[in-house]
Design a protein around this ligand. Structure first.
Ligand code: ZN
Length: 167
């Protein structure tokens, strides 16, 4: 059952969308997430997607909890990660075990406008606008939603997409 709305406690809900089983996570991943994650083993089949857009943060103990979870949960399963937040992408780049063997379907990058200061998250999806390798320099222009000027990615592109080389 879902915990109180607005709570930052780590939680999830499972949805069936077309043929896909999607686990929507929300809240912060910390040491307390371990118990919640352990529930999933009995609730999710052999193929599923983890949607990470509402992960509000992860601390160092949470990283350890997550890595241990993925290591055991992915045995016998095919897992896709979608809508990974910039913070999650950062973890994937620093710690290869963070994603295990999960397929990355989409990631959010932070963009800022040097002209007016606006910020936005831009989604990159496999098969659409996700680069297939590093250094291709074919990332699409991201126009500022406020003033139309081209926005800049806040991370270095090759660092942000560094996980591509680990696939
Ligand atoms: Zn702007």
């Amino acid at each position: 059952m879902e915990k109180a709305l607005g709570s930052m406690a780590f939680n999830y809900r499972i949805a069936k969308e077309q043929e896909r089983e999607i686990v929507y996570f929300n809240g912060k991943i910390n040491e307390d997430a371990e118990v919640t994650l352990a529930e999933l083993d009995d609730k999710v089949g052999t193929s599923c997607t983890f949607n990470l857009r509402d992960i509000a943060g992860i601390n160092s103990l949470g990283v350890r909890v997550w890595i241990n979870f993925i290591r055991s949960f992915e045995e016998g399963r095919t897992i896709q990660l979608e809508e990974c937040t910039p913070e999650i992408v950062n973890q994937m780049n620093m710690i290869p075990n963070f994603r295990g063997h999960c397929d990355i379907q989409s990631v959010y990058a932070s963009y800022a406008c040097e002209n007016c200061g606006a910020e936005k998250l831009q989604l990159f999806k496999v098969g659409e606008n996700m680069p297939t390798s590093l250094g291709t320099k074919t990332l699409p222009r991201v126009p500022c939603p406020k003033c139309g000027a081209p926005m800049e990615m806040e991370e270095l592109e090759d660092e942000f997409f560094g996980w591509l080389t680990l696939q």
